[in-house]
Design a protein around this ligand. Structure first.
Ligand code: PLP
Length: 374
């Protein structure tokens, strides 16, 4: 069997090459390259997909998070130095966004089964200084948002969600993007819905946050719907985080057929869950109230490095999401003394195996056979 890649983006993106070329010609004809009609159309489409009232397209997933925190500071729900509960077990971007907004991350251990922020541990970490929770839908599995939302409501906390990996996931049939105060998505090329470069978005049901975000992404300029009405009036200290028209065209196209991708991801995961039968390997668990977006299929084993080398020998690429938790990174010297037993254990035992929509059934069978022989 020739090498099985961890991702195969060129194979997936080949289907969109023609659209890209066609739309590029249209964009060039119109002469509007950044936040034009295609971005507006995508915002409408994505809000509808998430059953959210509003969507604001931005430059990337990190900015979606940072700008959401900034927006809640502008509307006075948060202030400099407030504490934000964040999973210890996440990608560093979640934590960096809190720091970038001049807020303080407080790490919380994950749940044993889903690896997402644990509701019990949230309750233990709440303090008078806690003003927000950043829930992350790691690997595409929604965090236990309805329970977390209840806590947030009782304690008057802002709930921001990092759904960079969870497009199309659901809880009790409610789409991710419609539940939290602000939900942040990444369209980095390798994500479930991937652009041809960097892109991100925020969905929200709050009109004031929507307005603030629209202005913040464009240097804090007063919102205008038509270029002719632009007054160069800046009402907020914003940033440049604008989506370009090319990304918006690709994303709208991908969104149209995304449900097929989601189905295929689910099919692949079901196949793995049914057919990987090796007592040395722990498979991911999903509670029936959640619809998983299966961005990543992450297995666990005490012999992780040995398994990874073994798979490599059999031409199967794997990745680790993530080998170093944020609080152990050199960048966060101030947190390196902290200890989170379960997060540390997970980071030494997890392994992501190939699970993208274009993988073939023969490749899946081969991966399963090799894993079962380990
Ligand atoms: C959980 C999580 N949060 C945030 C981000 C940041 O997204 P982006 O790379 O688009 O800035 C990513 C993507 O890498 C992610 O996986």
């Amino acid at each position: 069997m020739k090498e099985i890649k961890f991702y195969n983006l060129p194979k997936k993106n080949k289907d969109f090459e023609k659209d890209f070329i066609k739309s590029f010609k249209k964009i060039n004809f119109r002469g509007r390259y950044i936040i034009g009609n295609y971005v507006e159309k995508f915002e409408k489409n994505f809000a509808k997909f998430c059953k959210a009232k509003y969507c604001v397209a931005v430059g990337n997933g990190f900015d979606a998070l940072k700008l959401s925190f900034m927006a809640f500071k502008i509307n006075k729900k948060l202030k400099d130095g407030d504490e934000v509960l964040v999973p210890a077990n996440t990608y560093i971007a979640s934590v960096l966004s809190i720091v970038a907004a001049n807020l303080k991350p407080v790490f919380v251990e994950p749940d044993q089964d889903t690896f997402n922020i644990s509701v019990n541990h949230i309750l233990k970490k709440l303090s008078k200084k806690t003003k927000a929770i950043l829930a992350v839908d790691l690997y595409g599995h929604p965090a236990d948002l309805l329970k977390i939302k209840n806590i947030a409501k009782k304690k008057k906390l802002i709930l921001i969600e990092d759904a960079a990996q969870a497009h199309g996931a659901e809880i009790l049939s409610r789409p991710i993007g419609s539940i939290s105060d602000a939900t942040c998505f990444s369209f980095f090329p390798g994500k479930n819905i991937g652009a041809f470069g960097d892109a991100g978005a925020i969905t929200t049901n709050k009109h004031d946050i929507f307005k603030i975000l629209k202005s913040l992404r464009n240097y804090g300029e007063e919102n205008f719907s038509n270029l002719k009405d632009r007054k160069y009036k800046n009402i907020l200290k914003g940033v440049n985080s604008r989506m370009d028209e090319v990304q918006a065209v690709i994303l709208s196209k991908k969104l149209k057929t995304y449900n097929l991708d989601l189905k295929r991801r689910e099919q692949i995961s079901k196949f793995y869950l049914k057919n990987i039968l090796n007592p040395k390997i722990i498979l991911p668990k999903v509670n029936s109230k959640f619809k998983h977006a299966w961005h990543l299929f992450v297995i666990r084993t005490k012999k992780r490095n040995k398994l990874r080398n073994y798979l490599k020998k059999h031409n199967i690429q794997t990745m680790i999401h993530y080998p170093i938790p944020p609080y152990r990174q050199i960048a966060f010297k101030e947190y390196r003394k902290l200890n989170f037993g379960l997060t540390d254990k997970l980071s030494s035992e997890i392994l992501s195996i190939p699970n993208y929509p274009t993988i073939t059934n023969n490749e899946l069978k081969f991966i399963t056979k090799i894993l079962n022989k380990f």
